[in-house]
Design a protein. Sequence first.
Length: 280
Amino acid sequence: MPELPEVETIKNELLPWVVGQRFDQVSVFDSQLIYQLPVPEFCRRLTGQAIESINRRGKYLIFQLSSAQYLVMHLRMSGALLLNPKEIRPHTRASFTFSNGNQLVFNDQRRLGIIWLGENIAPIIGKLGPEPLDKDFTANVLSQRLSKHHIPIKVALVDQSLIAGIGNMYADETLFAARIHPLRTTDSLSTREIQDIHNSIQSILRSAIAKKGASTDTYIRPGGQLGTAHLDFKVAHRKGMPCPICGAPIERIFLRNRGTYFCPNCQPLTTQMPLLPPWP
Ligand SMILES: [Zn+2]
């Protein structure tokens, strides 16, 4: 699933091609792709509009349009945006042709991706937690958000209302880098451990953006190239392979139906239980 580094890469690589361009032709082949609007109305409203900028919030891609409307895309599990693909792929759900002749195709094997068009994006992105790479996102902010919950840290990291943009892969990599077991509860973490998680979140995400995202599954960049961030993965998608630090086999457990990878040796499940009082 595309997470923050993948969506950031898509945004960065689309920007020079589409900003300032108008939507000349809009074709939707799957009505389930468009949220709340009938397809003919979606196409009519979008055609002729210019793209002023593209931003990312969490895993959402937000096109700001000349009419003060927004085109918001979420790629979910397998969505991909391809620029001028040489061939029409079997899972094409929509295509957009711009005034400069470039074509953007929304390809989506599992058909879970979604597109909104409207003026008010607050109902879509208003509940997202802070951006983990913003300067305002400090260890203190993370600590305050985590301390209100009693849930496994892995579950907290992928909760978009707590922190935006982190998914399964980067949560596992973050916890390995911080040497924290994924089942540790949020309210059991020390200040030092939260500081380590905060540092790891930022370094893991920055490094993955520099590598243009991780192509472990269906993710490809708009130009068709793969990202290479997964080549640096230490635990994610590496069940049974040796831990790069200690050599122990990487384990996978299921947490809320999602595979969670960790090193049982480097990330021990230390329970910081208070000592029981002595018998009277
Ligand atoms: Zn290890």
